[in-house]
Design a protein around this ligand. Sequence first.
Ligand SMILES: *Cc1c(COP(=O)(O)O)cnc(C)c1O
Length: 425
Amino acid sequence: MGSQFESEKLLSRVEDIVRKHHEFFRNSLPMIASENLTSSFVRRYYTSDLGHRYAEGKVNERFYQGCAYIDEIEEMAIKLTKKLFDAEHANVQPISGVTANIAGFFALTNPGDLIMSLSVPCGGHISHDTISAAGIRGLDVIHYPFNNEEMEIDVDETRKLAMEKKPRLFVLGSSLILFPQPVKEISELASEISAKVMFDASHVLGLIAGKKFQDPLREGADIVTGSTHKTFFGPQRAIILSRKELADKVDKAVFPGVVSNHHLNTLAGYVVAVIEMLEFGKEYARDVVRNAKKLAESLYNYGFDVVGANRGFTESHQVAVDVSKIGGGEKVARELERINIVLNKNLLPWDSMEKTSNPSGIRLGVQELTRLGMKENEMEEIADIFYLKLMKDESDAKLRERVIELKSRFRTIKYTFEEEEAYEF
Ligand SMILES: *Cc1c(COP(=O)(O)O)cnc(C)c1O
């Protein structure tokens, strides 16, 4: 009996915590570049019975019974994904971006191979390095020479280094990604030394779907991996796209390589997200990039050191700001959280890895604000709040009120079939 009383207390504590989380986000400006909202059309399947089942293997080649309807859902997921990205092959089973990358490495490399990827300060994801997925596969890693002024891979220097070291795989795509990358040039280089190219589209998958970024498959990438929940409208999982010749290798790398069951409740949600992308993706991606440019330009006009100024700041959902002169990324991110603006500190190409806990930069993403319907006017207003907080030291109480007022006008999810309340729980 005593233990039941204890359980009730614990249960109400969980309820209370989750409610507070909702309340905080309801009143905040979410600007983490790797996050987004899902519509209720996507969410409604999370709690379905699908989340209790297993479906190992491929459609119509399962190991357990009871998969007839799961097969239908997965078949839809594959078919619609191929259509959206104009891809010859799609695997929709990876449960996250890192899992997709491990599968990509299984498909395209052997242990002991050398790969080339972007260093973390230059925007690379940890999974492209020996500390994470690449290390799990036993790969050695060298980094692309990078041009800090252009915020871009230095293709000429890369060619020299690659001809000397002969990597087996070039990894492109990154976590700090302001501009399209030289996929075409690197793919040409790769084919000269019989290497492969993997583009990790985790951040920009929704922009690629909306035809507002580069098209890595057409530019020569052998496979494209990507999380489905950053600029894309989906739940937290991932996909791998490839040409037909690599289909078998990719599928085997995913199962039995890195998943057995693959979280079928979010698979159904993913199908709905693809339908939303087909219907609204172009308009959404256009608005996202427009908002990012406007935010960057407004911050720049207030005197912030916005990265990429000589190239128009950004062609993606992201804006990067060097805040080393006003306290550094750690302090600035914390200060902004006090007025309900949520973003992250970020290493910039000129930082060493030792600066991870207090890097020079902050990274901003506008994809979620855009999904809530914010447009260029709101981007200007947000830049003004940044200015007052970080350069004029206006009081937290006053600015938090302003953030809450601004957010109160943007609490429904757009680019879906019916406008709907974003924070219902
Ligand atoms: C976010 C990210 C990942 C990891 O994705 P998860 O779904 O969080 O596992 C992989 N690669 C890049 C470039 C990313 O930005």
